[in-house]
Ligand binder design. Structure first.
Ligand code: NAD
Length: 323
């Protein structure tokens, strides 16, 4: 574990859900931030307040194209990729290109700057896991031609490319495998479980649960995920390192819990199962605890309450700090 200060960071995908919180957190700790985003799934509103902050710079750009000169940086966070199933089904080729060409361009910038590189990979590299909970040593169970493959395989390729740049070009890389993250600034319509249940609860609609609802998920509040990414960037660890909250529950249980917090008494509506949907998902975070001294700090009910509050008043500042 090291605690080296990051002076100037490049955040690719910085106007997205996690990226905007990451930009904010870096600025709070005195790091200058260049946010690059093509707004394909991100929202300019997420970073609007940062445009006034000293040390923040926005570059509207597609990372699959050569980047304009942005000056020296000492850390690069690569989060630029469609991330929700609704988005990557709508943008399948773009997702593969962001993970492949985009990652290569990002690694070249890291190489030229001698910068620390952090890849935002995903628990989806484990596919429908046959090992539970998922430890970083598990190689995964991914269908390479199914509808989810554009995302899963793009990230697996990005991990392979990152590892190759580390091995053959001595680039200082790290791989974070992020598990389901939730919090303010998620889009109600992005198709992910928590925003869907919150939006349905607040509208008084039935909560749509796919399949039997017995498939499990583990959810991590966004400030915890961001703290994990920054801890990884400040360390010398190559990863892969799981970043997630090992509190596991079935999708049906999450629906009931969200409804209770949002004050809804609506019933669950069981709809068709999703193809290749993982049956179980829970991170083993012993490596992150040991090597980064990191673990989630925000309790589930507190995180869900903050998220529901933000969905109720989306124009208010998104509360992500630990306090
Ligand atoms: P998001 O869609 O809100 O953010 C992604 C951002 O990347 C958006 O602002 C989008 O406009 C931008 N982007 C996409 N393609 C781009 C391109 N070619 N050039 C420039 N910008 C581009 O998603 P998120 O939930 O904030 O996820 C951020 C990252 O974290 C993604 O790489 C995702 O795979 C990873 N991740 C997220 C989760 C989660 O639960 N949210 C879990 C695992 C991994």
């Amino acid at each position: 574990m090291t605690t080296s200060h990051i002076h100037r960071a490049l955040v690719l995908g910085g106007s997205g859900f996690i990226g905007s919180h990451l930009c904010e957190s870096l600025l709070d700790s005195g790091t200058s931030v260049i946010c690059v985003d093509n707004f394909s799934t991100g929202n300019a509103v997420n970073i609007q307040s940062l445009l006034e902050v000293k040390g923040f710079q926005l570059v509207e750009h597609d990372i699959t194209e050569p980047l304009p000169d942005i000056g020296m940086v000492d850390a690069i966070f690569h989060l630029a990729s469609p991330a929700s199933p609704a988005d990557y089904h709508r943008l399948p080729i773009e997702t593969l290109r962001a993970g492949s060409i985009g990652t290569e361009r990002a690694l070249e910038i890291a190489s030229a700057n001698n910068a620390r590189f952090v890849l935002a990979s995903t628990s989806e590299v484990y596919g429908d896991p046959q090992v539970h909970p998922q430890h970083e040593t598990y190689f995964g169970n991914v269908n390479p031609v199914g509808p989810r493959s554009v995302y899963d395989e793009a990230k697996r390729y990005a991990e392979a490319l990152t590892s190759a740049y580390r091995r053959s070009r001595s680039v200082n890389t790290a791989i974070a495998r992020i598990f389901n993250t939730y919090g303010p600034r998620m889009r109600a319509e992005d198709g992910r479980m928590i925003p869907t249940f919150i939006a349905q609860s607040l509208a008084g609609d039935k909560l749509t649960v796919t399949g039997t609802g017995q498939q499990t998920r583990s959810i991590c509040f966004v400030s915890d995920t961001v703290a994990g990414l920054i801890a990884l960037a400040r360390s010398n660890e190559p990863g892969p390192i799981n970043i997630g909250n090992p509190v596991e529950a079935s999708v049906a249980e999450w629906a009931v819990r969200v409804a209770a917090i949002a004050g809804s008494t609506a019933e669950l509506d069981f709809i068709d199962a999703v193809e290749d949907d993982p049956r179980r998902r829970c991170p083993d975070i012993s490596r992150a605890r040991l090597r980064l001294g990191w673990e989630p700090l925000i309790g589930i009910d507190a995180g869900l309450r903050r998220t529901v509050d933000w969905f109720t008043h989306p124009t208010s500042p998104a509360p992500t700090s630990v306090g």
